[in-house]
Design a protein around this ligand. Structure first.
Ligand code: MLT
Ligand code: MN
Ligand code: ZN
Length: 304
């Protein structure tokens, strides 16, 4: 199984268009130019030809241009993307669907019923696409059943409901339910390699151990270093935990939680532009390296 990181940043990307926090300034002035990142998305394949796009970021066009496998050119209109799986209905994970409207076939979309409802009401992308390529929506099971994705041979996926909140425009915002946000256990049937993917992971309770213990690779929430980072750095109103993201530093934080899984390759993704780990020379990055935790980057390939 091959995982391609298309976008390793959180919503807004790095640098964010209007942000002049120390990290964004350094990215724009060149000191951290090599660290620029597009918004949260990965693609997964077993045969390196048929790909499942997991989350469709607003940066999808640039991400496809940077990834020749996703544009194999076998016909006048062609794509390597056989289907799209949406883990939640957040702007950074679904807006790219609009950029795929030229598709020659209806887009094959896998998401929970809750996410589908958001995308027909609060952010009605599925209704809008019915005027273009159309969509065919497949409901994700939430009971621990695995599924296979049509057109992506050899890949098995188990969605795992996570504790989180639906986005602000969701009619379910005040009524969190399983399915607002899922993690995924990805298994390549040929090699038996497994990965657990969760770019938004607010809580790491015992309900996740059984899934995460099985994974050779953990590709998990790297949004912020501290809980109040966005408040302190850019005057944000919300803490990381308010937004359903577990900060890395401190008691109960991601670094501590990941110690249980030291057997696995542990990689952070969905990194917010305020996070000091974006600077490879930072003390925070050195601390991660000391723990054996990696930071993903756009274009990263994970074979397993
Ligand atoms: C999140 O991950 O919390 C959201 O994507 C935030 C956002 O894009 O506004
Ligand atoms: Mn996000
Ligand atoms: Zn910034």
């Amino acid at each position: 199984m091959r995982i391609r990181v298309l976008g390793s940043a959180a919503g807004g990307g790095f640098p964010q268009w209007n942000c002049n926090c120390p990290r964004c300034r350094d990215a724009r002035s060149g000191r951290l130019a090599g660290e620029c990142r597009t918004q949260s998305s990965i693609a997964v394949s077993v045969d390196n030809e048929h790909w499942l796009l997991i989350n469709a970021s607003p940066d999808i066009r640039a991400q496809i241009l940077a990834t020749p496998e996703l544009q194999p050119g076998r016909a006048l209109r062609d794509t390597g993307i056989a289907a799209v799986l949406l883990m939640d209905s957040q702007i950074d994970h679904v807006t790219g669907l609009l950029m795929l409207r030229e598709s020659a076939q209806p887009l094959q979309i896998y998401c929970s019923r809750r996410v589908e409802e958001d995308l027909r009401t609060g952010f009605p992308i599925l209704e809008i696409l019915s005027h273009y390529c159309g969509t065919q929506v497949h409901a994700l099971p939430l009971d621990g059943e695995a599924l296979e994705v049509g057109g992506v041979p050899g890949l098995r996926i188990t969605p795992v409901p996570l504790t989180s909140k639906a986005p602000p425009y969701s009619p379910h915002r005040q009524d969190p339910q399983p399915g607002d946000n899922v993690g995924l256990l990805l298994e390549g049937q040929r090699t038996g390699g497994t990965a657990f993917y969760a770019p938004g992971l607010g809580e790491m309770g015992p309900h996740l151990h059984a899934w995460m213990d099985r994974a050779d690779v953990l590709l998990v929430d790297g949004t912020t270093w501290t809980d109040d980072e966005m408040q302190r750095t850019v005057d944000g109103r919300k803490t990381a935990r308010d937004m359903g993201h577990l900060p890395q530093h401190g008691p109960g934080g991601m670094i501590e939680q990941l110690q249980r899984y030291a057997r696995a390759r542990r990689i952070l993704i969905h990194i917010n532009n305020t996070n000091p780990i974006l600077d490879p020379e930072s003390a925070e990055r050195r601390q991660l390296e000391g723990e054996g935790i990696e930071v993903s980057h756009d274009g990263m390939v994970i074979d397993l």
